[in-house]
Design a binder for this molecule. Sequence first.
Ligand code: ATP
Length: 460
Amino acid sequence: MSDTDAWGRICTDMKSTIGKEAYQSWIDPLALHKIEQGIAHFAAPTSFIGRWVDRNYGERIRSSFAREGYSVTRLDFSVSPAARKAATPAGQRSAPLNAPSAKTTATAHAADEELPGSPLDPRFTFDSFVVGKPNELAHAAARRVAEGGEVAFNPLVLYGGVGLGKTHLMHAIAWKLQQDNPGFRVLYLSAEQFMYRFVQALRFRDTISFKQMFRSVDVLMVDDVQFIAGKDSTQEEFFHTFNALIDQNKQVIISADRAPGEIDGMEDRIKSRLQWGLVADIHPTDYELRLGILQAKLDAQRAQHPNVTIDPKVIDFLAHRISSNVRVLEGALTRLYAFASLVGRHIDLDMTHECLTDLLRASERKVTIEEIMRKVAEYYHLRMNDLMSARRARVVARPRQVAMYLAKTLTSKSLPEIGRKFGGRDHTTVIHAVKRVEELKQTDSQIADDVELLRRMLEA
Ligand SMILES: Nc1ncnc2c1ncn2[C@@H]1O[C@H](COP(=O)(O)OP(=O)(O)OP(=O)(O)O)[C@@H](O)[C@H]1O
C-alpha cells in the first residue's frame, strides 16, 4: 500500500463526508508528496489553502491517516503553482470564481474566504455593453485587457460619473478572462470591501494571510477606489498590494468616479501610480448612446413582457429627457413595462408621463430657456436679442435653431412656450428647428460638436 493509495481513499471518503463543493475547493487542489517522520507533506496552490485546510480539516485528515495505518502528527504544505494548475476549483473552476451562486452552506463561505470578491453580475458582459462615442476608449481598453496575453497597460483605470458603466465593463473583463482562462484567479471587489477585509485582518492579527491572498491573484479589480481616500492605513496597504502585483506583471484594473489626480484625500504616490498605465474616462452619455442602450434593453423587456407594446416616441423621449445616468434610464424602462403589463396597456407618451412623474421631475434640469439663449448667444458671438429677432440670415438663424433644440431637449417646456420665448414664434417653427438640428448633427460635425459642447456647458 503506497502513501498515495491511502491518500486516494481518504479523498474519496472526504468527498462524501464534507460534500463535493468543499472537497473541490480545498482537498482536490492538494497533492500529497510523501509521509515522513509523522509529517504528511502536501503541495498546495496557495499558502492560504494550506492554512485553511490545516485549520478546518487537519484533525479529520490526521485521523483518516491513522485509520489507514499511518501515524501522522502534522500536515505540512508547500506552495506549488503546479498544484494549482492541476487542481480543479480553487484555481481552476468550471464556473467563474466570483460567479453568483445559490449556495448558502459553509462551503460557499469557504469559497468566499478563498477569494473574497463580490459576485459578478451575469448581465454585465461585453455583448450587452453598448458602445458609443462617450465610452469607446474605455470599452476598447477593457477589451484589450480582457483578451489577456501580454499585459498591455498596467494599471487600467476607468473613471467616470455615476451609473455610466464602469462596473459593467469591469465585470465584462472578469467574465471574459475567466471564460478564456479557467485557471485564472480574477478577484473583483469594491474598495470598500478591500478596506473591510483589511480592517478584519488587522482585528484578527491576520494581515499576513490578507497580504498573501491579495498577492496570489492573477488579476485584481478594485471598484470605486475613491472610497479609500482619506483612509490612511487602507491606502498604505492598497499601495503595497498594488505595487506587488504590478511588479509581478499581474494586471490591475481600477475604477473611480473621477480622474486619479482629482481624488481629494488620496496620497500623491497612489495618484501617480494610478496614472502609470492607461487612464480611460467614460464621458456622460449622449443622445445617440442613450438611444442605443434603450434599444438594447428593449429586447430584454420584450422577452419578459411579450404582450406589451411601446410607441417608439417613448424611447426617443426617454433618451432626450433622462440624461443623467444609465441606471436611471434602465429603471425608467423597467418601470414602464412593469406598469403596462400590470394594467394591460400600450406604452405611450401619456402613460410615460403618468408613470414616471417623479423621475421626470427629478431629472428635470434646472436650466432655463433664458440661460440657454444667453449661452448660445455668447457662444456664437451674438446678442440675446438676435435670437428673439426676426432676422433670417444664417449666422443668426442657425444659432437660434440650436438654442430652440437645446430648449426642447434640456427643459420640459412645451413647444408653444419655447416659441413664445423666441420672439413669439409659432410651435411649428420650434418643431422645424429641432428636426433641422437633429439632421445637421448627423451630417455636420461642427454643429454636432457645438451642440454637445453647449449641452455640457449648460448642464455643468
Ligand atoms: N454602455 C452601456 N451599455 C449597456 N448598459 C450600460 C452601459 N452603461 C451603463 N449601463 C448599465 O447601467 C447600469 C449602471 O452601470 P454601472 O453599474 O456599470 O455604472 P458605474 O459607472 O459603475 O456606476 P457607479 O459609479 O454608481 O458605481 C448597469 O445596469 C449597466 O448595465
